[in-house]
Design a protein around this ligand. Structure first.
Ligand code: SF4
Ligand code: SF4
Length: 471
């Protein structure tokens, strides 16, 4: 018999988890062991993207909040651009882009969004880190802490944990509200208790749900509440790479101390892959709905393989084809769903770029009076009535001059002065256009333009083509 590992090393059998039951959802939340490793580092880096959520509202641009969703004024300020409800299609394209990105990422590499970016897993990770520091960072230590009788030390640790959780939850709530109102003013209003009721409701709701979901519900949100977890199955195919256990290499699993033959599998049944899993599943049982593809079990198993001098990769990102059929995964450019997703992504990016590069500083509309369509005046002339609406999308007050062009023998009244339009405002103007019939045979409809130009900004000029009705 050949001894598989010659260097004597001690490998613990890792206690799995709490008594939480993945299948039934009963029991306490999971206390996952934390280990260093490649995927832990990637997760830490991607988690740090969420700092934008906390810091973004304090970013200033030309003295104002750089990104502000001003719901009462129905304006979305994005650096020097202001989007109005009329520009909502650009935001819709941006949302489409994000949704397709999510579907494409899932098709290629499973629930990477869940594992690396999702606010639920990110906040849970931060909360469990605090809990681990104060109450024990392994299931054994956590159980011991829980079972210990109450003492001042235990009380201080419990209070510290809940205070830190609450602090993060309150900051999460305030940061959410800060995207909708001026962030610095918001702090003033909160400190002086003068914030508006909707602000308190938003902050309170976010604080409560963050505290509850990240502190207590944790992975159960992924299992029982998240709709995305239910949809993921339809986004996978046999080429999707997911963290997977190489059963052919790992089985029959044999405790390290009992390994004696080359027939023994590489898995030494140490359970570390289960102990680190934030959703408490055993990847060796195959792909499961609860796997958020975070790769932490890969780090765990690789560290064991290092210890017992075996090649890494017993658990690795791998496709069904590679693992079960021995075939290489199809390259991305040959996968129909990746091609379709990429095309939609490209189209939405093109639309977003077009939108952002073609924003008009004004939105000019002319509405022709319907009842009556025209009026025959006592002097024989024909009069049409119009309502002119110009939305000022700039951040300066515009002085607007209106005129018409392209209509012969016409006079216009109601627009013979300069109109002052403040930023974000529309001032409806009534214009009466009169035309004296020329006597020649002419069409009942004549097209002409209303022109709006800012006398205090040469770059602003808008035209609207409309119709003059005379019969
Ligand atoms: S099985 Fe592995 S990849 Fe899946 S959630 Fe658990 S640790 Fe993460
Ligand atoms: S798969 Fe790796 S980490 Fe998991 S029990 Fe086997 S050897 Fe241990």
């Amino acid at each position: 018999m050949t001894k598989l590992v010659e260097i004597p090393v001690k490998v613990e059998i890792y206690d799995s988890l709490s008594d939480w039951n993945v299948e039934t959802g009963e029991g306490e939340h999971i206390t996952a062991r934390r280990l260093k490793g490649r995927f832990r580092n990637i997760k830490n880096m991607t988690m740090s993207v969420w700092l934008i959520y906390f810091l973004g509202p304090y970013l200033r641009w030309n003295g104002e909040q750089a990104i502000l969703l001003d719901i009462p004024k129905q304006q979305f300020h994005l650096f020097s651009i202001t989007l109005f409800p009329q520009d909502i299609w650009v935001l819709s394209l941006a949302l489409l882009f994000l949704a397709i990105m999510l579907a494409a990422a899932t098709g290629v590499a499973g629930r990477v969004f869940c594992g690396y970016f999702c606010f639920q897993t990110v906040w849970t990770d931060a909360f469990s880190y605090i809990e681990g520091k104060l109450e024990g960072n392994t299931p054994q230590k956590a159980h011991k802490f829980k079972a210990a009788p109450w003492s001042s030390n235990k009380l201080v640790r419990k209070l510290s944990k809940h205070s830190l959780w609450l602090l993060i939850s309150v900051l999460t709530g305030i940061s959410f509200a800060a995207w909708f109102v001026d962030a610095f003013k918001l702090w003033q209003q909160i400190i002086t208790l003068t914030a508006a009721k909707p602000v308190w409701i938003a902050v309170g709701t976010f604080t409560f749900f963050t505290y509850w979901f990240a502190g207590f519900m944790r992975e159960q949100v992924c299992f029982w509440l998240c709709p995305y977890a239910r949809l993921q199955g339809v986004m996978y195919d046999q080429d999707t790479v997911l963290p997977a256990y190489d059963a052919e290499r790992g089985e029959p699993r044999t405790k390290y101390s009992k390994q004696s033959s080359s027939d023994d599998g590489s898995c030494i049944d140490c359970n570390l892959c289960v102990a680190v899993c934030p959703t408490g599943i055993d990847i060796r049982k195959g792909q499961q709905e609860g796997c958020i593809t975070c790769g932490l079990c890969i780090d765990a198993c690789d560290s064991i393989m290092d210890k017992i001098k075996q090649p890494k990769g017993l658990i690795r990102y791998s496709s069904y084809k590679e693992l079960h059929k021995g075939e290489a995964a199809l390259s991305l450019v040959k996968r129909p769903r990746v091609i379709v997703y990429s095309l939609i992504l490209l189209l939405s990016v093109a639309g977003i770029i077009y939108g952002f590069t073609h924003f008009s500083p004004t939105e000019f509309k002319v509405v022709h009076e319907r009842q009556p369509l025209f009026v025959k005046m006592s002097d024989g002339s024909i009069q049409n009535k119009y309502t002119l609406k110009l939305l000022n999308k700039t951040k300066q007050t515009l002085l607007i001059k209106y005129e018409i062009s392209g209509l012969t023998n016409a006079t216009v009244s109601g627009i013979d002065r300069i109109f002052e339009i403040e930023p974000g405002k529309i001032i409806p103007i009534t214009a009466l256009v009169r035309q004296v019939p020329s006597g020649n045979d002419k069409s009942a409809l004549e097209y002409f333009n209303f022109i709006a130009s800012a006398v205090n900004n040469d770059a602003i000029k808008a035209e609207y083509n409309t119709v003059f009705i005379s019969q």
